[in-house]
Design a protein around this ligand. Structure first.
Ligand code: PLP
Length: 440
């Protein structure tokens, strides 16, 4: 075996076929895909419309370097995304993955301020328990401790604030509104400490994915965050790599929080895994600054605006629209929540069941009253994944939601084509997994 596997001591079943809601391994075993890998496969597998569009594009012109040419799929997909954004004139920069999209967002922020003659604005504020990618820049801006740990001494040390995470951080005597405001105001406090003239941007996941297990903020939080960013001249970057592209029931997750970011990044569901693709959307004022100052945006990768990747993205977004799949995201999302609550809300180790659309999280605790997590040595997160796979279920367990390695959750992000029968299968399989792992 010559593969340098992502888990160097792990062995993996060999996936050979994938269709609709299922992935099949070489032995013929089928796995119900209730997490889209990592919230990627939003149309399920082998969707005929995407396969056909992709084959057609590859057969006509797979790639033409975008420093020489533009291409039709890139133009059309950019327009489709810009049309969905809440302000006219947004421009879209295509890359190959979420980390690249966020790296481009950070560079946009720096170069924007430099172009405006404010080159001291360099720091990127982020939130604890967030993940923005695995490049040095995006990992520096991430607050996910388990993922930072090995690289910590080489990362840039930027300021971080706590997330808006009412399940753990709201005080008993606090209303949700008051808590949302208190959480948002931590941004203003840190800006005052660091100095607004040193800060380029605040990056935030509107709905936190793998680091916390699907945590939305409380009403009012993002309105206040937007105000703070405007007052102190700081760009607001919404990282929707995981929660965007329709996952939460609106194409952009921030729509439900009623604010407009300056930069939005999407990946994963943008092309549903049919090709590696990501996008960084910038509001018109940012793009215009590069034109008006004559500074340009100094960045680029070989595969920026890749024609085949954009053709896959275009087929995915057109399918979501033509088949009105966001309606299914909302209906099945509500059903998923209802079924999870009726099956597991009374379980002694299920602390919280939450989320929006087809983006759901289940937080696992050792003790429901104190919300104490299981001890690290119990390796709950890893065992959840292995046991689910044994039962033919793909879900996405994660750890570190309390601190460092402590705290476990399961992230669910099924394809937008999911039906009630798949939800019943999920609940049944999860019940078996919990019975094996969480029985006292
Ligand atoms: C919110 C968020 N941002 C960024 C990334 C990085 O994306 P990628 O793994 O495609 O580089 C991820 C990946 O899981 C993510 O969930």
């Amino acid at each position: 075996m010559a593969v340098f596997y992502r888990g160097v001591t792990n062995t993996y079943p060999m996936a050979v076929k994938a269709e609709g809601m299922y992935v099949f391994d070489k032995t013929g075993k089928q796995y119900l895909d209730m997490c889209g890998g990592a919230a990627v496969s939003c149309l399920g597998h082998s969707h005929p419309r995407v396969v056909e569009a992709l084959c057609q594009q590859i057969g006509t012109m797979a790639f033409a370097h975008t420093s020489f040419f533009s291409n039709e799929p890139q133009e059309q997909l950019a327009q489709a995304l810009a049309d969905k954004f809440g302000e006219p004139g947004a421009k879209v920069y295509f890359t190959s993955g979420g980390s690249e999209a966020n790296e481009a967002a950070l560079k946009l922020a720096w170069q924007y301020w430099r172009a405006k003659g404010q080159g001291t604005k360099k720091k990127i504020i982020s939130r604890m328990h967030s993940y923005h990618g695995n490049t040095l820049g995006t990992l520096s801006a991430s607050g996910n401790l388990p993922r930072r740990r090995v690289m910590d001494n080489v990362l840039i040390d930027w300021p971080r604030i706590p997330p808006c995470y009412a399940y753990r951080y709201r005080q008993d005597n606090e209303s949700l509104d008051y808590y949302a405001l208190r959480a948002a105001n931590t941004l203003e406090a840190i800006i005052q400490t660091e100095g607004a003239d040193t800060i380029a941007a605040f990056i935030v996941e509107p709905v936190v994915g793998a680091s916390l297990g699907v945590v939305s903020s409380e009403p009012g939080y993002f309105k206040r965050i937007r105000e703070i960013c405007d007052t102190h001249h700081i760009l607001l970057i919404a990282d929707e790599i995981m929660c965007g592209s329709g996952r939460t029931g609106t194409y952009f997750a921030h729509e439900q929080d009623g604010f407009l970011p300056d930069i939005v990044t999407i990946a994963k569901g943008i092309a549903g895994g049919y090709q590696p693709l990501a996008a960084t959307l910038a509001r018109a004022k940012i793009h215009q600054t590069f034109i008006e100052t004559g500074k340009g945006f100094d960045h680029g990768h070989t595969y920026v605006g890749h024609a085949s990747a954009c053709a896959a993205g275009l087929a995915v977004i057109n399918t979501i629209d033509d088949e009105d799949l966001l309606q299914n995201v909302n209906a099945m999302g509500a059903l998923l929540q209802e079924k999870l609550v009726s099956a597991f809300a009374d379980h002694p180790h299920i602390g919280d069941i939450r989320g929006r659309g087809l983006f759901r999280g289940i937080e696992i605790v050792a003790d429901k009253d104190s919300k104490a997590p299981f001890a690290d040595e119990m390796k709950i997160t890893g065992r959840l994944k292995q046991t689910a796979m044994k039962h033919g279920l793909m879900c996405y367990p994660g750890g570190g939601s309390v601190r460092d390695n402590l705290g476990s959750h399961i992230l669910l992000a099924p394809p937008y084509i999911v039906q009630p029968d798949h939800i019943d299968q999920l609940v049944d399989k999860l019940g078996q997994v919990f019975a094996e792992i969480l029985n006292d």
